[in-house]
Design a protein. Structure first.
Length: 203
C-alpha cells in the first residue's frame, strides 16, 4: 500500500447524496477474482449511456476532471452493501481521498485498509468545496493526513478527525498484510520453536 502524507490534486465534484456501493461498483463486476482492474467499472451505470458509450453529462467524463485524485461527494457516501470492491474501484481509478460529510461505517473501514483517506467535513464546508470544484477551472485541494487538514490556495481551511491507528497505517503504507509482516521475525521464531516441539517429533 502506498504511504500517504500530503497530497495536492485536482478535485472532482460528485454532487450526489446517498451514493451506494452498487453505483460505485455494480454487482455484475463482483465475479472478478483479481483485486485490480475495477477502476474501469467505477460508477459504470452513471459513466455510460444505456445505448453504449460514455455519458458526457457525468462528471468523471468531463475532461476538466481528468486525473483528479480527490473526490468530493454528498453525505452518506458508500451506503448499501459492504462490498470491499467499492474501495478497490475508487483506488484503482486513482482516487486517494474522498471528502464528504458522512460515510457508511463498513466502507470507512474498507477504504482505510486500501490506502484511501476519508475526510469528514461539515455539510457547509463540503457544499463550498463542491461549488468551487464545479465553477473554478483546475480547482485543486491539498490534503495533509499528518496535519489532518484540507486546504486550497483561496483561503479555505478545514480539519478532519482520523483514528490514530488508521492514520499510522496510512502514513506508513501498511495494510493488514503489511502489519503482519512487521512481525515476520517473531513469527519465524515462533514457527521454529513450534516445529521443534517434542510432541510433533514423536509423530
Amino acid at each position: 500500500m502506498e504511504p500517504f502524507r500530503t497530497m495536492t490534486s485536482l478535485a472532482a465534484p460528485l454532487d450526489r447524496t446517498n451514493v451506494d456501493t452498487d453505483q460505485i461498483i455494480p454487482k455484475q463486476f463482483l465475479k472478478r477474482i483479481e483485486r485490480t482492474g475495477y477502476g474501469d467499472f467505477l460508477f459504470f451505470d452513471w459513466r455510460n449511456l444505456p445505448s453504449g458509450g460514455p455519458d458526457p453529462a457525468f462528471v468523471l467524463n468531463d475532461p476538466r476532471y481528468k486525473g483528479a485524485q480527490i473526490l468530493i461527494a454528498g453525505k452518506n457516501f458508500a451506503c448499501g452493501s459492504s462490498r470491499e470492491h467499492a474501495a478497490w474501484a475508487l483506488s484503482d481509478y486513482g482516487f486517494r481521498v474522498v471528502i464528504a460529510p458522512t460515510f457508511a461505517d463498513i466502507f470507512f473501514s474498507n477504504a482505510g485498509k486500501n490506502g484511501i483517506v476519508l475526510a469528514r467535513l461539515s455539510e457547509e464546508q463540503v457544499a463550498q468545496l463542491l461549488e468551487n470544484a464545479k465553477t473554478i477551472p483546475g480547482y485543486q485541494l491539498t490534503v495533509s493526513l499528518e496535519a489532518q487538514t484540507v486546504t486550497d490556495n483561496r483561503g479555505f481551511s478545514a480539519t478532519f478527525d482520523v483514528d490514530p491507528f488508521r492514520k499510522f497505517c496510512l502514513i506508513e503504507g501498511l495494510d493488514d498484510i503489511g502489519l503482519t509482516l512487521r512481525h515476520a521475525a517473531a513469527l519465524d521464531t515462533f514457527e521454529a520453536k513450534h516445529d521443534e516441539a517434542s510432541w510433533l517429533k514423536a509423530k
